[in-house]
Design a protein around this ligand. Structure first.
Ligand SMILES: [Zn+2]
Length: 235
């Protein structure tokens, strides 16, 4: 089971940045909820935990502490930029060389940029590094995304659209899934019958034995269990 910690920036008395009748804390929460639901609906073998699922304040150190003690595999912090620019950027803690964290950053960054390219005017501000508390204090690979500028009208207009936020959340989720190599839930379910073998099922659907997975990841994968659904991937 892979463990994903999603960290919605700000909350409670801390609104984060504000502009164009938007508050950063509301957008970050919405995005995190979209990421969570897309991960749960489309992938197996993943557990998701949130810093907050409501409008409450959580300190930066508590965010990191909770993710550390839960044993998260990755930590993704969601923010909205301000200060008069435009576009999307991602951050990791400043270290040198290629490591797991920079691979996660690249996976997330690439998926989101692919989405926002379809919107034409959104700028790719690049993969960056910064000494942010949640990146520094978390023990696992941690990336922070800055999703457009709340105080720039053209960016804010997009952030006001439910459909855009949903797509933005989905792109984050796809990046996470790619990095963690999460198996897709897509496929047909086949319930194991008496007399089946892994080989006979695979042969029937013209796939390899290795492609078969139980729908419920808790089931011991090497033993054939009558009555348990197996996922037949699309080929
Ligand atoms: Zn922020």
């Amino acid at each position: 089971m892979k463990k994903v910690w999603l960290d919605a920036g700000h909350g409670g008395f801390d609104s984060g940045a504000v502009g164009n009748n938007l508050r950063e804390k509301d957008i970050t929460l919405q995005l995190v909820l979209y990421i969570q639901s897309y991960l749960k609906q489309n992938y197996q073998n993943v557990e998701v935990e949130l810093t907050r699922s409501t409008d409450v304040f959580v300190s930066l150190s508590d965010r990191a502490k909770r993710a550390n003690s839960w044993g998260a595999d990755i930590f993704v912090s969601i923010h909205v930029n301000a200060g008069g620019g435009t576009g999307f950027e991602t951050y990791t803690y400043p270290t040198t060389g290629l490591n797991q964290t920079s691979i996660l950053q690249k996976a997330l960054h690439t998926e989101v940029i692919e989405l926002i390219r379809t919107y034409g005017s959104i700028v790719d501000r690049g993969l960056k590094k910064a000494n942010y508390a949640v990146l520094r204090e978390t023990k696992m690979s941690a990336v922070l995304t800055e999703n457009l500028f709340i105080d720039t009208v053209t960016d804010a207009d997009k952030l006001k659209k439910e459909s855009f936020l949903n797509e933005l959340g989905e792109a984050h989720a796809r990046g996470i899934a790619k990095y963690l190599d999460l198996p897709s839930k897509k496929g047909n379910l086949y319930v194991v019958q008496a007399n089946d073998t892994f080989y006979s099922i695979a042969k029937k659907y013209n796939i390899t034995v290795k492609q078969l997975q139980y729908a419920n990841p808790e089931v011991e994968p090497t033993v054939l269990r009558i009555g348990h659904p197996i996922i037949i991937p699309m080929v």
